[in-house]
Design a protein around this ligand. Structure first.
Ligand code: NAP
Length: 488
């Protein structure tokens, strides 16, 4: 089918072939900014999932026997094609996900960076030798591919959440199937088209869209699947963890967050405001690492709050294809209802809206999903916004008086993905970084995510790391070879 000026594939990729669903039909993909129909994609279930897994299984022996450099060349070729097609891919992403087009362009480059990083890192999958306990033995450690890796990904980063798994999984010699989120399957399918163009062999990457429960159940039921890497909500992560138990399937879980953002009294307030803007409003507040609770020292509270309110007032709310838009639509009506209920609940419990707090109209023909950047004073832990991910452009603030209080407030959460703080004191910086119970700490940095560093959480934000050299452990198994030399 065509979107404005280019044709998009909307079938599934199984064993190098484009296929529809056998019998269960298709489901619509719509533009969250307008509710306009963009495409239909296959509503697949267990049977197609089984075919995809078996295609990946069949492709594994050849793929794992290739050298790291050969695999790396293909991953790099895919990254290069993504950058060649960046305008088209960004357009598709904004169409199905709604994010501002400049952010979609940024995500394509970010997504490609995981492929090129893994292409190089695959060459450094070193084994080990260990001094043995006997004269006539040697101990070797091999790091080997696992087999078929299945990925289940969310809608908020339709491309990067796939390549963050695909790059290292393939670089380590595994083959791959992915089930993208129902709202954003087209970015995944476009990646499949480019994978074929790059020369990835049939079956090395398979893409399947459809019924999440049926697909998930088959993934966990099939013996060939040796690893599942999931990015999404903590709620679904727990369901998958239970399913993984039956077949003892290895898991990586990149789950929800509830990031604290602390501003100490010695912080560079302008830098803290800039960091808060970057962390809070990227993707319209719909990221797992978005700051969701702001704790500000009482002596700088008003200065920071006023600065943040000023910066927020300059944000342009608009449809993603508006080149100047910085805040796009929320993904769907449920997301709008959640943001509204968080704000309402906070007000009922004594908070005050300083700026924003409501839906705004961006013109005729657009859906009612554009929420104004909102600053709330008077956050406390009884409020839903003080306990749960909001996933929208709402910044709630609370004053504190001591470092210990700020750290206790920040750690008072079942989540542990990202945390941020601003200070100019080097000793405080190290002490606080160590005390925060989070997998990622932005110390004077509102945007820590990068392909070079291990990304992931603790507590109910999950386990496993994506990015950096650490990700390679997620997609390899360690084999110990005890080598008896026999008589000399
Ligand atoms: P979600 O509802 O958990 O869905 C994530 C994926 O799981 C989708 O592909 C979904 O399919 C699938 N799914 C749902 N139920 C399933 C089941 N029973 N079996 C198998 N698959 C199932 O999350 P989301 O709303 O898409 O994404 C937002 C969440 O992701 C937030 O909590 C955010 O914090 C988290 N996130 C975490 C990270 C991280 O790195 N830690 C990064 C990005 C996002 P359908 O779409 O078809 O329902």
């Amino acid at each position: 089918m065509n979107t404005n000026d280019f044709r998009i594939e909307s079938r599934n990729l199984i064993g190098g072939q484009w296929v529809g669903a056998a019998d269960s039909g298709a489901f619509p993909v719509t533009d969250p900014a307008t509710d306009r129909l963009v495409a239909h994609v296959p509503l697949c279930g267990a049977a197609e999932t089984r075919q995809a897994i078996e295609a990946a299984q069949a492709a594994w022996p050849d793929w794992r026997s290739r050298t790291a450099a050969e695999r790396g060349d293909l991953l790099r070729a895919l990254a290069d094609l993504m950058m060649r097609d960046r305008p088209r891919l960004a357009h598709l992403m904004t169409l199905e996900q709604g994010k501002p087009i400049s952010e979609s362009r940024g995500e394509i480059a970010y997504a490609a960076s995981f492929l090129s990083w893994a292409a190089e890192e695959g060459k450094r999958l070193y084994g080990e030798t260990i001094p043995a306990g006997h004269r006539d033995k040697r101990i070797l450690i091999l790091r080997q591919s696992i087999g078929v890796v299945a990925a289940i990904t969310p809608w908020n980063f339709p491309s990067a959440m796939i390549t963050r798994k695909l790059g290292p999984a393939l670089a380590c010699g595994n083959t791959f199937i992915v089930k993208p989120a129902e709202q954003t399957p087209l970015s995944a399918i476009a990646l499949g088209e480019l994978a074929l163009e790059a020369g990835l062999p049939p079956g090395v990457i398979n893409i399947i869209t459809g019924d999440p429960r049926a697909i998930g159940a088959e993934i966990f039921r099939h013996d060939a699947v040796r690893k599942v890497s999931f990015t999404g909500s903590t709620e679904v992560g727990k369901v998958l963890m239970r399913q993984a138990a039956d077949h003892v399937v290895r898991l990586s879980l990149e789950l929800g967050g509830h990031a604290p953002f602390i501003v100490f009294e010695d912080a560079d307030i302008d830098a803290a405001v800039a960091g808060a803007m970057a962390s809070k409003f990227r993707n319209t507040g719909q990221t797992c690492v978005c700051a969701n609770r702001f704790f500000v020292h009482e002596s700088v509270y008003e200065k920071f709050a006023a600065g943040l309110a000023r910066a927020m007032a300059s944000l342009r709310v608009g449809a993603g294809f508006d080149e100047n838009a910085q805040i796009g639509p929320l993904i769907d009506d449920d997301a709008v209802a959640k943001v509204q209920s968080h704000v309402r609940d906070a007000l009922d419990r004594g908070a005050k809206v300083r700026t924003g707090g409501n839906l705004v109209s961006v013109g005729a023909g657009f859906a009612n999903r554009f929420f104004s950047p909102t600053l709330i004073d008077g956050l406390n832990a009884d409020m839903r916004i003080g306990r749960e991910e909001t996933f929208g452009p709402v910044a709630p603030l609370r004053a504190f008086t001591s470092d210990d209080e700020a750290i206790a407030l920040a750690n008072d959460s079942p989540y542990g993905l990202a945390a941020y703080f601003y200070t100019r004191d080097a000793s405080r910086l190290m002490r606080v970084a160590e005390a925060l119970e989070y997998g990622i700490v932005g110390a004077n940095d509102g945007l820590p995510s990068t392909a070079q560093a291990p990304f992931g959480g603790v507590k109910q934000s999950g386990f496993g790391r994506e990015g950096g050299r650490h990700v390679m452990h997620e997609y390899t198994s360690v084999k110990y070879v005890s080598w008896g030399l026999g008589p000399a």
